[in-house]
Design a protein around this ligand. Structure first.
Ligand SMILES: NC(=O)c1ccc[n+]([C@@H]2O[C@H](COP(=O)([O-])OP(=O)(O)OC[C@H]3O[C@@H](n4cnc5c(N)ncnc54)[C@H](OP(=O)(O)O)[C@@H]3O)[C@@H](O)[C@H]2O)c1
Length: 253
């Protein structure tokens, strides 16, 4: 009998797998049978994640991949082609948000860095990976965006812009790629307990924000993002493309 959400035999690249939501997604994909390439700027941290996956009987390796460095994209994709001969799943999870504060105080370099990592990186990684993703049919891309992409917040306007662009990219590529066997979707997390959200978590008004704006009165844990991703990359979602799944405790209703 076919097991639902089974990813056995599939190869998955997670960009930004060293911690937080990406680490949780890497574990989830491996638990469902995928071979996972855990990547980020810090290969040693990714190797710890891969080791933990292998320790549970899963299949994982690590790679250095800075989303802003296009030659890293080429190197990692070439390694995957050589070592595994296929790529079925791409998770564009890595992101940055160097500017937090009034919009007029943001530097051009903070603006460029945000777009480089959060938008330009996923675009080129996906377009470069497309050939492999379509080769065996059933390819799937998940872009980890944010509810900021549909409901921007003050003090992190550039980050919201980068995620809105990622959502537009998801829809555009879905139109272009789905007819060629590669579905493209997005995950839109809300307030999740990770390093990226630590400044927000430590803000004295964090609990007030949660109480006023969320239907579920707490932050998410990274593991609570995994189920939505497993759905989007599995054959259960064979008719699902160009969409975003909002997992935000009811912040955007
Ligand atoms: N936490 C939240 O509240 C929240 C809400 C909405 C959306 N999100 C989204 O969820 C995703 C994961 O974030 P997180 O909350 O799990 O944050 P996190 O714990 O800080 O993890 C960020 C990940 O991105 C990687 N990364 C950062 N810069 C990179 C680069 N230039 N190239 C490649 N990888 C890079 C980091 O690895 P290295 O440092 O090793 O490179 C790390 O693995 C992001 O797309 C974020 O925008 C988070």
């Amino acid at each position: 009998m076919t097991k639902r959400f089974d990813l056995s035999g599939k190869v998955a690249l997670v960009a930004g797998a060293s911690r937080g939501i990406g680490e949780a997604i890497a574990h989830g994909l491996a638990e469902h049978g995928a071979t996972v390439i855990c990547s980020s700027r810090k290969q040693a941290d990714c190797e710890k994640v891969s080791e933990a996956i292998r320790g549970k009987g899963g299949k994982a390796v690590s790679a250095e991949l800075h989303l802003g460095e296009l030659d890293h994209h080429d190197k990692v994709l070439a390694m995957i082609e050589k070592e595994f001969g296929r790529l079925d799943i791409l998770i564009n999870n890595g992101a940055t948000s160097p500017h937090f504060g009034p919009a007029q105080d943001a530097s051009a370099s903070a603006f460029d860095k945000t777009i480089e990592v959060n938008t330009r990186g996923p675009y080129f990684l996906t377009t470069k990976a497309f050939k492999m993703l379509k080769a065996n049919g059933g390819g799937a891309v998940v872009n980890v965006a944010s509810i900021d992409g549909i409901q921007p917040a003050e003090f992190r306007v550039i980050y919201g812009m980068s995620k809105a662009a990622l959502i537009a990219m998801t829809k555009g590529l879905a139109k272009e790629y789905s007819k060629q066997g590669v579905r493209v979707n997005a995950l839109l997390p809300g307030f999740t307990d990770t390093k990226l959200a630590s400044a927000l978590k430590e803000n004295p008004t964090a609990q007030q924000h949660i109480d006023m704006n969320l239907a579920i009165k707490r932050m998410a844990q990274p593991e609570e993002m995994v189920g939505a991703v497993l759905y989007m990359v599995s054959d259960e979602a064979s008719y699902f493309t160009g969409q975003g799944m909002v997992v935000d405790g009811g912040a955007v209703i």
